[in-house]
Design a protein around this ligand. Structure first.
Ligand code: SME
Length: 160
């Protein structure tokens, strides 16, 4: 068992440096991407506050397919360009959504979700997956969360 602790009361940049260090330690040397995604979802779930869903969708044969996650059961397949995840995957750009109800085409997997951050994972210039974070609090995510999860995505892009 691994027992990582990163204080969520410290400034976000320091918190995300610790989160990335834990993610690095957890995935270094393991070649099975599914195992790494499972542990990363659990790590984020336990260390990041105010989430009701945290996990991965993988880009397979031109659509997003549900990967390892923590939270309520979710929709399995998402077309490119559809919802927040499909938009992130289609554009290769992080989607930071303060109010999911105001996002055209938002896919409600958990009615509790109010804000969302979706970060594409890019390997060799192509999107291979997205990291999806949902929060029950409106405007839960800011530019520092975005930077932190973009750093995490870059760190794990060749390990998932
Ligand atoms: N809300 C996402 C769907 C995935 S769930 O949040 C887990 C979207 O609009 O793409």
């Amino acid at each position: 068992m691994y027992d990582f602790a990163a204080s969520s009361t410290q400034p976000k940049p320091a918190f995300y440096r610790e989160l990335c260090a834990a993610a690095d330690a957890l995935t270094a040397g393991e070649t099975d991407g599914m195992a790494n995604m499972a542990n990363l979802a659990a790590l984020v779930w336990h260390l990041v506050r105010e989430l009701n869903w945290a996990g991965f969708y993988r880009l397979l044969d031109g659509e997003l397919v549900l990967g390892p996650f923590c939270g309520k059961p979710a929709c399995i397949r998402i077309a490119l360009g559809q919802g927040v995840c499909g938009t992130a995957a289609a554009t290769g750009e992080t989607q930071l959504v303060d109010d999911v109800h105001a996002f055209p085409g938002h896919i409600a997997c958990d009615a509790a979700s109010r804000s969302e951050l979706v970060v594409p994972v890019i390997r060799d210039g192509a999107v291979v997956a997205v990291i999806d974070l949902d929060s029950p609090r409106p405007a839960r995510f800011d530019a520092e969360d975005r930077a932190g999860f973009e750093a995490l995505a870059a760190l794990v892009s060749d390990r998932i």
